[in-house]
Design a protein around this ligand. Structure first.
Ligand SMILES: NC(=O)c1ccc[n+]([C@@H]2O[C@H](COP(=O)([O-])OP(=O)(O)OC[C@H]3O[C@@H](n4cnc5c(N)ncnc54)[C@H](O)[C@@H]3O)[C@@H](O)[C@H]2O)c1
Length: 368
C-alpha cells in the first residue's frame, strides 16, 4: 500500500504529514529540507532501544549526523526536569542553531522533545516521528508541546509546530495492545464527533495484530490525522473549534489524574466519553439510542461503567474544577448531538455544565 501525504496548515506555513509503512526515504527528505546540520533524536528508553538504531542507521546512510538521547519511559518523566536535562546535554555537546530535534516516540516524547525544540536557543526546528497510535492520530499534530507539573497535566508548554510528521505505522508492530487500544480510543473519539463513516474502519481492525489489517489501519490513521490537522488549521490556539478535540477529556483528564497516571490516556478519555455522553443524554442533546451506540462501542475496548466505581463522583468533580478546561469558574464539556456530530449551540464547541448534572450523570452510570 502506498503512503499518503497531506498538509497541515498553520499561521507560519504548512507542514507535511505522511502516513504509511516503511517511511525511511520520507524521513531523509524531511530532514534534508530543514537545512539542519546536526540531528538530536530524542526518544524514551523503550523506543530508543527498539527503534533508535534503525532510525540512526537510516540517517547515517543518507550522510546525516545524528545522535540519540533518551529518558525513562512514562508520563511521570514528562517534566521540566527532563526538559532541562536535555537542554543541558545539548548545550554541553555544543549543539547550535543548526540543530534539528527528531521526536521519536509516543505522545510523551513528542511533548517533551517538542518543548525542548521550542526553547533550545530560543527555538530550533523539530520533526515528529510518532511511534504510538495515539501520537500518530493526535499528539504529533497541532504543535502543542509541554510538560506536566505538580499542578496538573500539560500546565507548562508552548505552541511549536513541527516541520513534518512522519507516521510510519510499521512502528506499531509490537506496540503493547493496551497502548494500541489507548490510541484507538482517541481516534474513535474523533470519529464520534465528526466522522461516523470512519467507525467502519475501526470495526474492521484486528486489535491483536493491527498490521494484519494494514489498509484499514492506515486509512483510520489518515482520517483521524486529517481531522485533527483540519481542526487545528481553523483554530490553532484553541479559541473555540479546537475544543472539539476535548470530547471525553473534561472527565477523562480528572480520571487520569486520580489514577496517578496509571491509566493510559486513551482509556481515561474512554471513561470520559462514557460520562459525557450520559450528560448529553440527560440534557436532551443526545438520543438514548445514540448514547447506547457509544456505550456499546466502548465496551469492545474494555470501557464499561464498572470501571467508574474506582473513582468517586465528588473526587472527579473536584479534580475537574482544577483543570484548564474550566473557564470562568464553570466546567465545560463537548456534548455529542449524534454519532458524528456535536452541539454547536451559540456557536460554541464546549458548553458549561452544572456540577449537579455531572454528578447525577456519573452516579447514574454506576452499577448497583
Ligand atoms: N500535544 C498534544 O496535542 C497531545 C494530544 C494528546 C495527548 N498528548 C499527550 O500524549 C501522551 C500520551 O501519549 P502516548 O499514549 O503515546 O504515551 P507514551 O508516549 O508514554 O507511550 C506509551 C508507552 O508505549 C511505549 N512505546 C512507544 N512507542 C512504542 C513502540 N513503537 N513499540 C513499543 N512500545 C512503544 C512507550 O515507551 C511508553 O511506555 C500524554 O502525555 C498526553 O498528554 C498530547
Amino acid at each position: 500500500m502506498s503512503a499518503e501525504a497531506f498538509f497541515a496548515q498553520t499561521k507560519e506555513g504548512n507542514y507535511p504529514i505522511t502516513v504509511g509503512v516503511g517511511l525511511e526515504k520520507e524521513l531523509v527528505v524531511a530532514v534534508k529540507e530543514t537545512d539542519a546540520v546536526r540531528v538530536a533524536v530524542i526518544a524514551d528508553q523503550t523506543v530508543g532501544l527498539k527503534w533508535g538504531p534503525s532510525v540512526l542507521a537510516t540517517l547515517a546512510n543518507a550522510g546525516i549526523t545524528a545522535e540519540l538521547f533518551t529518558f525513562p519511559a512514562g508520563e511521570k518523566y514528562k517534566t521540566q526536569e527532563t526538559v532541562t536535562n536535555f537542554q543541558n546535554q545539548l548545550l554541553r555537546k555544543r549543539f547550535g542553531r543548526d540543530t534539528l530535534i527528531l521526536a521519536l516516540g509516543g505522545g510523551v516524547v513528542g511533548d517533551v522533545a517538542g518543548y525542548v525544540a521550542a526553547t533550545f536557543l530560543r527555538g530550533v526546528p523539530f520533526i515528529q516521528m510518532p511511534t504510538t497510535l495515539l501520537a500518530m492520530v493526535d499528539s504529533s499534530i497541532g504543535g502543542k508541546v509541554g510538560v506536566d507539573t505538580e499542578y496538573g497535566k500539560n500546565t507548562i508548554g508552548a505552541f511549536w509546530q513541527p516541520q513534518a510528521v512522519i507516521a510510519d505505522i510499521a512502528f506499531l508492530k509490537g506496540l503493547p495492545k493496551r497502548e494500541f487500544v489507548s490510541g484507538l480510543l482517541e481516534a474513535v473519539k474523533s470519529f464520534f464527533t465528526a466522522d461516523k463513516e470512519a467507525l467502519a474502519l475501526v470495526d474492521a481492525l484486528d486489535l491483536d495484530d493491527p498490521l494484519s489489517t494494514e489498509k484499514e489501519l492506515q486509512d483510520a490513521v489518515v482520517r483521524a490525522a486529517k481531522f485533527k490537522a483540519g481542526v487545528v488549521a481553523r483554530d490553532e490556539r484553541e479559541e473555540n473549534e479546537r475544543r472539539i478535540l476535548n470530547f471525553g477529556h473534561t472527565v477523562g483528564h480528572a480520571i487520569e489524574l486520580l489514577s496517578g497516571y496509571a491509566m493510559p490516556h486513551g482509556f481515561a478519555v474512554g471513561y470520559g466519553m462514557l460520562v459525557e455522553t450520559k450528560i448529553a443524554e440527560d440534557l436532551g442533546i443526545l438520543s438514548p439510542e445514540d448514547r447506547a451506540v457509544v456505550a456499546k462501542y466502548l465496551v469492545r475496548f474494555g470501557i464499561a461503567p464498572e470501571g467508574l466505581k474506582e473513582f468517586g463522583a465528588d473526587d472527579v468533580l473536584e479534580t475537574m474544577k482544577g483543570d484548564k478546561k474550566t473557564r470562568g469558574g464553570a466546567i465545560h464539556c463537548v456534548l455529542l448531538s449524534g454519532i458524528g456530530s456535536v452541539s454547536t449551540e451559540g456557536g460554541q464547541f464546549a458548553h458549561p455544565v452544572a456540577e449537579d448534572v455531572i454528578r447525577k450523570a456519573y452516579r447514574s452510570l454506576l452499577p448497583a
